[in-house]
Design a protein around this ligand. Structure first.
Ligand code: SI3
Length: 288
């Protein structure tokens, strides 16, 4: 059965500090109501790249405690500070995480040897599995099939979170690496990714749209492509509206409408305007 992972949001207070109660509520909602198979902790959706090391550790700890084994966990420990990535990998491994993930290093134009050294260095000190986090549209880092093959020579690297719209590359990856895990990262392209045989999906909008995403997966499993298209199309009405209104703020407001204390985004992300809040509530009423 294919796995559905929510990319976990972080609830922040107005000043940008972690709202522990809210974070626990988001986790509970994903387990109890969304019934997802797992959580991707410390990714883009968690606003991880705005955080200091102590805050990242706190989120990993809260997620581990609150889930208490109920769902799978993947800890995104990647950082341009390789020392920090190594420290976080050890920290989550000591907590009990079985799988880590790391975004490709970004901003500077690292060559492939540097990228490879980054993954092998993170993995040298831990026994956990690794899922590469590939998201070229934000990092500017695109890896070829041959480069993935070279990274996969490290047997701890079990797969990739593939957040790209390159379906030719996705098909080449699926064919070349039948035993590696490939998780789709663009929720709005879940159906085409499923049709190419991904093992599951990891996404932000599953915080508020997990049941429909699951229905898409089930329809594909039954080879009912008409139904799968219908589900994806309904999801995309929602995702299109969320993206137009501001991704993370809108998901947080929708969760608040569900009674979850999802809090604010952290600066430099903006607080939502009155109009954005009203529109998010309308999206909740009409499209969720
Ligand atoms: O937390 C994460 O790292 C992610 O959720 C990545 C995931 O691929 C999401 N990408 C971003 C940049 O948020 C998607 O779920 C995305 O939000 C969604 O498909 C809407 O475009």
């Amino acid at each position: 059965m294919k796995k559905l992972y929510t990319a976990l949001l972080t609830s922040f207070d107005k000043e940008g500090y972690i709202n522990e109660k809210g974070l626990r509520e988001i986790i509970r909602f994903n387990i109890d109501v969304n019934q997802v198979d797992g959580l991707y902790v410390g990714g883009s959706t968690g606003e991880n790249f705005l955080l200091d090391t102590a805050s990242k550790k706190l989120i990993f700890k809260i997620a581990f405690e609150e889930t208490n084994g109920a769902v799978d966990l993947i800890a995104q420990v990647g950082s341009n500070d390789l020392h920090e990535a190594v420290e976080l990998a050890k920290y989550v491994t000591d907590l009990g995480y079985k799988t880590i993930s790391a975004v490709t290093p970004y901003y500077y134009k690292f060559d492939f040897e540097e990228v490879k050294n980054y993954y092998n260095t993170i993995l040298a000190g831990v026994e956990t599995d690794m899922i590469i986090y590939s998201i070229p549209f934000l990092t500017g880092v695109s890896l070829s099939v041959d480069q993935f093959a070279e990274l996969f020579e490290n047997e701890k690297i079990k797969g990739v979170k593939f957040t790209a719209a390159d379906f030719y590359l996705l098909e080449r990856m699926r064919t070349r690496f039948p035993d590696k895990l490939i998780y789709a990262g663009f929720d709005e392209m879940l159906l085409p990714a499923l049709s190419l045989g991904v093992d599951g999906a990891i996404g932000s909008t599953f915080n508020v749209n997990a049941k429909r995403a699951r229905a898409t997966m089930e329809a594909v499993e039954k080879r009912d492509l008409d139904q799968a298209f219908l589900e994806q199309s309904k999801s995309n009405d929602l995702i299109e509206a969320i993206l137009a209104n501001g991704l993370y703020n809108t998901i947080k407001i929708i969760l608040q409408e569900e009674g979850v204390d999802a809090g604010y985004c952290k600066e430099p992300m903006k607080k939502p305007s009155v109009e954005q809040i009203e529109r998010a509530k309308e999206i909740y009423r009409t499209l969720v």
